[in-house]
Structure formats: structure tokens, C-alpha cells
Ligand binder design. Structure first.
Ligand SMILES: [Zn+2]
Length: 172
């Protein structure tokens, strides 16, 4: 691994400026979630023509820990998009899909994923903060759904995301 973790698996590519703009929106949604008492994660579904079709944020505060934005967007896509349009779509997300969400993304046949922070980064930050490990392993998306094109992380956004998680877990 080299500078800033741009490519930690060897197969991932660097996100571009247009991608960064979408990822900024994901971080806004993550902050909205945090302010509502949920965990700071946000995601945006964009079609092949770069139009935003749907957005969502984490909604687990009511006790249902499957209410991740990537899972909600996969189900939205299954209900509202054709298989072809799903295949051409991109899901942007503040944190890499967990195994549940990567599976949902793969099952509904969505296209590319661009994330800001990796599950590996998040796990490290949570461990530093003394947060107990999650009940589900933080597997990389490629392990769960190997055919999906995955891009990330975006080192420019690392600090912003890390700060949101510190606010969430440490109240800083
Ligand atoms: Zn998830």
C-alpha cells in the first residue's frame, strides 16, 4: 500500500471530481442522519445520464438495524427501474456497503459503487474509539458481489467522515 490509501486492493480506481461532488452530498445526508439520532451514513442513486433518482440515509434509531441507505436504494431500484437502467446506474455512498447491502446491490443488478470511506477504514476508527465490533463482518464489497465495479476510497473526504463518526460515538 502507498500514499493515502488510494488503492488498497489493487483493483480500485481513484474517484474523479464529479464523483467527489456526489460523495459530498452523501456526507450531507450522513450528517442529517446523525442530527436525527441515526448513524452517519448517506447514499445517492444516480442513473446512466448522471441524474439523481433517489437519496437516503441511515435510519436505525428505531431499532431496526437493517435500515441502511444502500439497502433502501437497492429495493427502490428493484421497484422503480428496469434491469437495464439498474445495470447502468451508480450508487454513491459515504461508507462502503456492508455485506447485507452489497448483497442487495448485487441481487437487484445495480451497476457501479463509489464510496468515500472503506469498511476497513471505518472498522479501524470504531476500534480506536472503543466501539464494540459489529455483529456482521466488514467484508469488502468485492468479496460479497465480485462483478460490481467498485471505486473508493476518497482520501479528500476521510477527515469529514471520521469526524461524523466521532460525533456519533463520542459526542464530540
Ligand atoms: Zn449496509
Amino acid at each position: 500500500m502507498c500514499c493515502a490509501g488510494y488503492s488498497n486492493e489493487g483493483t480500485r480506481t481513484v474517484v474523479n471530481d464529479a464523483d467527489l461532488e456526489r460523495l459530498h452530498r452523501c456526507i450531507e445526508l450522513a450528517e442529517e442522519a446523525l442530527l436525527a439520532g441515526d448513524e452517519p451514513f448517506g447514499s445517492v442513486l444516480v442513473d446512466a445520464d448522471d441524474r439523481v433518482l433517489a437519496e437516503d440515509r441511515n435510519r436505525i434509531a428505531d431499532g431496526d438495524h437493517t435500515r441502511h441507505p444502500e439497502f433502501a436504494l437497492a429495493r427502490w431500484a428493484a421497484e422503480n427501474m428496469t434491469p437495464d437502467s439498474r445495470a447502468g446506474a451508480t450508487v454513491y455512498t459515504s461508507g462502503e456497503h456492508c455485506p447485507m447491502c452489497a448483497a442487495a446491490h448485487g441481487w437487484v443488478g445495480l451497476g457501479r459503487i463509489v464510496y468515500a470511506a472503506s469498511s476497513q477504514q471505518l472498522s479501524g476508527w470504531l476500534e480506536e474509539m472503543g466501539v464494540p465490533p459489529a455483529p456482521v463482518r466488514p467484508l469488502p464489497i468485492e468479496v460479497v458481489a465480485p462483478d460490481i465495479i467498485v471505486e473508493g476510497p476518497a482520501p479528500e473526504l476521510e477527515d469529514a467522515i471520521r469526524r461524523l463518526h466521532r460525533r456519533c460515538h463520542l459526542g464530540e
